[in-house]
Design a binder for this molecule. Structure first.
Ligand code: DGP
Length: 112
């Protein structure tokens, strides 16, 4: 499968790693939109939140379970935002489920 995040998870494409365990990987976004902009991905390929099922919901739990660890590793003591884009209207450019973790400044109130 030609998936850039699968290749990053497999170590075939380098990244600036923040956190890793057996099921998830977190690394800095290549196009940061905040002083801290991390991505958290499952090592298992799921295309987006829209593809989740009762059988694969644990993949989302793994990603969300890593959120506080990544936030602490990034020093985000004042809060942050977690976003997952889905599909064309959601402006999802990489079709591998991922959370954006944004922080390091007061973020705009607007969400869309
Ligand atoms: P989204 O638009 O929600 O699918 O976000 C995908 C993000 O992935 C986007 O902010 C840019 C980032 N990205 C794409 N390719 C790479 C890469 O090769 N390395 C890193 N670190 N980030 C990438």
């Amino acid at each position: 499968m030609d998936c850039i995040f699968c290749k990053i998870a497999a170590g075939e494409i380098p990244c600036k790693k923040i956190y890793e365990d057996e099921r998830v990987l977190a690394f800095f976004d290549i196009q940061p939109q905040a002083p801290v902009h991390a991505l958290i991905i499952p090592k298992t390929h799921v295309a987006s939140a829209d593809e989740l099922t009762a059988q694969t919901a644990g993949v989302a739990a793994d990603v969300f379970g890593a959120v506080p660890k990544v936030a602490r590793a990034c020093g985000l003591t004042r809060g942050y935002r977690v976003i997952t884009n889905v599909g064309e209207d959601g402006c999802q450019s990489v079709r591998h489920l991922h959370c954006h973790l944004l922080g390091g400044r007061k973020l705009p109130e607007e969400m869309g």
